[in-house]
Design a protein around this ligand. Structure first.
Ligand code: PMP
Length: 430
């Protein structure tokens, strides 16, 4: 039951901020503090955070907090003066990319990063056409709303946008997967032909290499490369949206696009970059950045400030000092193995999806219907048991787990133990 305090706060929130940004849970959760993977609510109850990737190196990380507050006490200014912290950060971040991707724009959010990447692609190619997945989200600006296929937005799909279905090879034989791949690539060919026939041409394909919003799909081998090949053959560029897949979460690679033989021209960054401090980025080639710079002035008042850069540097420092990538690999493998056990035990769990420290459980009823009801019930049940997770996917039937990178083995055990209990209770009752 909601306490009077929660009800009052909720009413005040709706009265001031409106209802366009829905809160999680039947009874919204009022959080007051966090530390590492733990969160505390207004009643003093603690929860294990199994969902949030913004607090990448942990809630209220002291190294990040110290770096930000030290820099705030030293200098924070807009970005039109030289400052070494900003350049130090650019060098450190670019050091994690392949040699070709050696230039950076610092921006304020994932949305601004994608907006800018599309603009760069347009100016480079002279075309406007964009390919996106048919269930995706890349941000909230007007031009991104025009290519949003995965969330409710009023903006109609732009005439220059062609959504394509991302094939999923989960559970398919090699032959079936190849067939799926060929069908989906034929759809890409059609989309490109249609953009050309309409006079838009192809400026870019924009996609999340982990297909997170889509429900963590696993495309057949060769699909992503085939898509990129076709887009480039039509004169377009590849934009990898790494707002969710980036910063070492995949354990064995720093960036999601490294899962494929892809070499994107543009990579967009956000969420975990500043551990909650609002900063994003576009990483690209010298050629693209220089070309854009010849025709445009592009600067930010806030992004790329000394404080944003101090936050970003601190995130990279904690990741390296605490070996968070190899830990994500190890802890992720443990969680995945426990999830596979649950899939073997419960018919409701059709497949285990994801990579590294990013998981999806695809929940499907016996008759093949997506189990959105059970997915919702499980997130509520997990909350009652003190673990926060969420759900995603076209049919809202994929449980989504993406804990802060600092999760330890014993905490990962809590996550999977509570999930096993919740599944057992749900399938016994239901
Ligand atoms: N791209 C992806 C894949 C995202 O998940 C999001 C945010 N959910 C964005 C872009 C937009 O980022 P922001 O909210 O920082 O604008």
């Amino acid at each position: 039951m909601a306490t009077p305090r929660t009800s009052d706060l909720l009413a005040r929130r709706y009265a001031t901020l409106g209802q366009h940004s829905p809160l999680f849970y039947r009874e919204p959760l009022e959080l007051v503090s966090g530390e590492g993977v733990w969160l505390t609510d207004a009643q003093g109850r603690t929860y294990l955070d199994g969902y949030n990737n913004v607090p990448h190196v942990g809630h209220a990380n002291p190294v990040v907090a110290d770096a930000v507050s030290r820099q705030l006490r030293t200098l924070n200014l807009h970005t039109r003066y030289l400052n070494h912290v900003v350049v130090d950060y650019a060098e450190a971040l670019l050091g994690t990319f392949s040699d070709r991707l050696d230039r950076l724009f610092l921006v304020n959010s994932g949305s601004e990063a994608n907006e800018l990447a599309l603009r760069l692609a347009r100016q480079h190619t002279g075309s406007t056409g964009v390919l996106v997945s048919d269930f995706s989200y890349h941000g909230n600006t007007t031009s991104l709303a025009e290519l949003t296929t995965g969330l409710t937005v009023r903006e109609p799909l732009g005439d220059h946008v062609r959504p394509v279905r991302i094939p999923d090879a989960t559970g398919l034989s090699d032959a079936e997967a190849q067939q799926e791949c060929a069908l989906a690539l034929a759809q890409v060919d059609d989309a490109i032909a249609s953009l050309q026939a309409a006079g838009h041409g192809v400026s870019a394909a924009l996609f999340d290499p982990l297909f997170s919003t889509e429900g963590l799909l696993a495309p057949p081998a060769g699909y992503v490369e085939g898509l990129a090949y076709r887009v480039r053959a039509a004169g377009g560029l590849v934009i990898a949206d790494e707002v969710q897949s980036g910063f070492g979460r995949l354990g064995d690679s720093m960036w999601g696009h490294e899962l494929f033989d892809l070499s994107p021209e543009l990579v967009t960054l956000g969420k975990p970059m500043g551990n909650g401090h609002p900063v994003g980025g576009v990483v690209t080639t010298a050629e693209l950045l220089d070309e854009f710079g010849r025709h445009n002035m592009y600067f930010n008042t806030f992004a790329g400030s000394p404080v944003s850069s101090a936050a970003g540097l601190a995130v990279l420092e904690v990741m390296a000092n605490e070996g968070l990538m190899p830990r994500a690999h190890e802890t992720g493998a443990f969680i995945a193995s426990r999830l596979r056990e649950m899939a073997a035990e419960h018919r409701l769990v059709a497949s285990v999806r994801g990579h590294g420290l990013f998981f999806g459980l695809d929940l499907v009823h016996d008759d093949g219907a997506p189990a959105a009801d059970a997915t919702r019930a499980l997130t509520e049940k997990m909350r009652e048991k003190g673990v926060l997770i969420s759900k995603i996917g076209r049919d809202d039937n994929v449980l989504k787990m993406r804990p802060p990178m600092v999760i330890e083995q014993n905490q990962a055990e809590i996550l999977v133990d509570r999930l096993a209990e919740s599944l057992a209770e749900l399938t016994t009752i239901g």
